[in-house]
Design a protein around this ligand. Structure first.
Ligand code: PLP
Length: 374
């Protein structure tokens, strides 16, 4: 069997009957837009993450854009974002005429910390977008305390960490995406809770923001054809909601199988000189959207090539930090040196991981890495 980064087909086979019947029912009923399955899914997801409002939308990038639109920011207002992330986190800031202020990330966790964020604060700062990269929560308690003290909004980019839980210093715990003022997630097929096309959702517990987010995602209207604000058209498809309704009851099991696969890699790879396996934090569960190594001594590309020559796929998430992206060269402000982001971009390598991966498949990956370093 060919080894892949992500195996969506194997997972589909386990829920095929429910998905197939549900999709056929949507087609039979012709309720393609805002069918009852969409509302059903939003309700079930709200129950799952213990959050008052779940507003479904077209994709994770839209979720971030709608979240920022709901905050009523002015052109030139600054939004703090990690320099090591997927472009969407920062793209929406620029798209809305706001200024992305890039901050560095922690070498161990790949995530922003309060230490990084503090240096970026200016009188124009209005919001922070912490990204729970690769499936592990940022250390949110100090970030929330800082944000509340300086009256900043926190919009969590939870596209990679749905199902992860963060534990506060007082012992209470929350799902990532429900800690900040607004949380955003993506149901892109390869995400931990993925549909079979595009999809996204926005979380909030705040009544005012909840109503605003719903309105903005729906052309700025609360009453049909009465438009209060400029909004956009961003909807989760009914067919995608069918897939998500079938998958949500399995999310805990999906998290567990990813975690088990990660532990299998780590126990086999942790003692190899020349790579660093993922570092887990005591205050967050890790849902391993990616299993990402740091390859030392400039050997990342050589290892990737060696693996490819032996039929083993791997991916670089992400090859360029944001400060090196042409699109941001004129609109950004960097608050500090972004050296860690640059170093990570040059050394990270993500291994195949998904809910269906077998020990035999993982052994092929492990053997290739071991023989490269022999
Ligand atoms: C996938 C992803 C997004 C965007 O989600 P889409 O549904 O592809 O628009 C945003 N941020 C991060 C960190 C992501 O991984």
């Amino acid at each position: 069997m060919k080894l892949q980064m992500v195996d969506l087909h194997g997972q589909y086979m386990k829920i095929k009957d429910e998905v197939d019947a549900g999709i056929r029912q949507v087609i039979e009923s012709s309720a393609f837009i805002n069918g009852p399955q969409v509302k059903e899914f939003a309700g079930k997801l709200a129950d799952y993450v213990h959050c008052k409002y779940v507003i479904t939308c077209g994709n994770g990038t839209d979720a971030l854009q709608i979240a920022l639109m709901a905050l009523d920011l002015k052109p030139g207002d600054e939004v703090i974002v990690p320099a090591f992330t997927y472009v969407a986190s920062a793209e929406v800031i620029g798209l809305l005429g706001l200024t992305p202020v890039m901050v560095d990330v922690d070498y161990n966790t790949f995530n922003v910390t309060l230490k990084n964020i503090e240096k970026a604060l200016s009188p124009k700062t209005k919001a922070i977008i912490p990204v729970h990269l690769f499936g592990q929560s940022c250390d949110m308690a100090p970030i929330m305390e800082f944000a509340n003290r300086h009256k900043l909004y926190v919009v969590e980019d939870n596209a990679q960490a749905i199902g992860a839980r963060y534990t506060f210093p007082d012992g209470s715990a929350k799902f990532t995406g429900t800690i900040g003022h607004i949380g955003c997630t993506s149901f892109f097929p390869s995400k931990n809770l993925g549909c079979y096309g595009d999809g996204g959702a926005i979380f909030t517990d705040d009544d005012v923001l909840g109503e605003r987010l719903k309105m903005i995602a729906n052309h700025g209207q609360q009453v049909k054809y009465h438009h209060k604000v400029i909004g956009c058209n961003s909807r989760l498809d009914t067919i995608q909601a069918v897939v998500l309704n079938a998958k949500l009851p399995h999310l805990n099991e999906y998290c567990r199988s990813r975690y088990a696969a990660a532990q299998y890699y780590t126990s086999a790879l942790k003692d190899i000189d020349g790579i660093i396996t993922p570092v887990e934090q005591p205050n967050s569960t890790h849902v391993y959207h990616q299993y990402t190594l740091k390859v030392l001594n400039g050997k990342r590309n050589a290892l990737k090539q060696y693996m490819a020559d032996n039929g083993i796929p791997s991916m670089i998430y992400y090859p360029l930090p944001l400060q090196q992206q042409e699109a941001f060269s004129n609109i950004t402000r960097a608050a500090e040196s972004l050296d860690t982001a640059a170093e990570l971009a040059a050394s990270v390598l993500s291994l195949p991981i998904h809910t269906e991966i077998s020990h035999e498949q993982q052994d092929m990956v492990i053997d290739a890495i071991k023989s490269f370093f022999k």
